[in-house]
Design a protein around this ligand. Structure first.
Ligand code: UT7
Length: 328
């Protein structure tokens, strides 16, 4: 039994932080950010009382509405995030409580920017096994909570947002999530991390003073690995499934850098009009980028029965992977 996506939804906070806004507080400029990354603006969840679970709960409610099912009908909620409300309890449990999904179990998945792809593959296994009928997969991040807004090498890149899908059993073996190749390489861990706040460096005055509770990235190293890994896994998915470039209706790549997206499309031999791109409007929302793209394609009716979609990502860990899905 294949898992199919029966609803998509997204939630972006209203507040826009543009490149021009960043010029006011940092030694940066719109031209550098646009040409190096493709980003024009990103969304920021300003309300200090709201966190990732708020963004994800908004998505979860929409998924129920769109599909016309009740919260009681949900069996499992997986939230992919690297900015959970707290280390524990899980953000997924907070979402479960917020929407009243009393029959669902819920857990967080830590896959950084690849979290949604990891979670989608994980969730689809419960459907394929026949043990679960409705699984919510949500990628959500309040990246602004882990940004150092004095560090121009990172804070210009990331934004807040969430999106997700409802997975259910399909009726046609040839539609739904058809293939996945997922990878990890822990040797890249130091190049993209938040050093303190976990059990290896618990929070102290010192860790705060040293700014170790913010995201740190060696952009050049991550770029080099990402550009190879994303293109490799995208072409691997094509080869494994006998897909020629013209058969790929949409590449849905993680939105970290427009140059990485372009390089991936070039290696696949597909033109940019078959690539989902919204990095200009939202920046890098980590685990949320791919489902936000998917929701936008869905709400603008770009997805038809039989559309071939390839989802690819790369992120901290390192983690990366690709999924082939045929729209139902
Ligand atoms: O989503 C998880 C995975 N993450 C990624 O895939 C991100 C991968 N990395 C990247 O996308 C790119 O490496 C960045 C966008 C982060 C940086 O672009 P880059 O072309 O690799 O720039 P760079 O780090 O090599 O920096 C080039 C110059 C430096 O100045 P010098 O040393 O050449 O004088 C930086 O200090 O650009 C400077 N710079 C900036 N200038 C203006 C760095 N950030 C900024 C900035 N505004 N915001």
């Amino acid at each position: 039994m294949k898992a199919v996506i029966t609803a998509t939804a997204k939630y972006l906070p209203e507040n826009v932080l543009s490149n021009h806004d960043l010029e006011q507080i940092l030694d940066t400029n719109d031209d550098w950010i646009r040409t190096r990354t493709g980003i024009r603006e990103r969304r920021i969840l300003k309300d200090p009382d709201k966190a990732t679970s708020f963004l994800c709960s908004e998505v979860a409610r929409q998924l129920l509405d769109i599909r016309g099912v009740s919260a009681d009908d949900v069996d499992l909620i997986i939230v992919a995030t690297m900015t959970p409300d707290m280390l524990f309890p899980s953000t997924a449990c907070l979402v479960q409580n917020a929407i009243g999904a009393s029959n669902a179990w819920a857990f967080d998945l830590s896959g950084a920017c690849s979290g949604f792809i990891y979670a989608l593959h994980t969730g689809s296994q419960f459907i394929s096994a026949g043990t679960h009928k409705r699984v919510m997969i949500i990628g959500g991040e309040k990246m602004s909570a882990v940004m150092d807004y004095t560090d121009r090498t990172t804070c210009v890149l990331f934004g807040d947002g969430a999106a997700g899908v409802l997975l259910e059993p399909g009726t046609d073996e040839n539609h739904g999530i058809l293939d996945a190749r997922l990878y990890s390489d822990g040797s890249g861990g130091d190049n993209l991390c938040m050093p303190a706040g976990g059990s290896s460096r618990p929070t102290t005055h010192d860790t705060v003073d040293q700014k170790l509770h913010f995201l740190q990235q060696d952009g050049r190293q991550v770029f080099k690995s990402a550009v190879v890994a994303m293109a490799d896994v995208a072409t691997e998915i094509m080869e494994r499934n006998g897909l020629a470039a013209e058969q790929v209706d949409y590449l849905i790549p993680h939105q970290a850098n427009h140059r990485i997206i372009q390089a991936t499309a070039e290696r696949m031999g597909i033109s940019l009009d078959h690539v989902a791109v919204n990095i200009d409007r939202y920046g890098n929302t980590s685990a949320a980028t791919i489902p936000i793209c998917l929701a936008e394609l869905d709400e603008t009716n770009k997805l038809q029965t039989g559309s071939n979609l390839i989802l690819v990502s790369f992120g901290a860990g390192y983690t990366w992977g690709g999924i082939y899905l045929k729209w139902q």
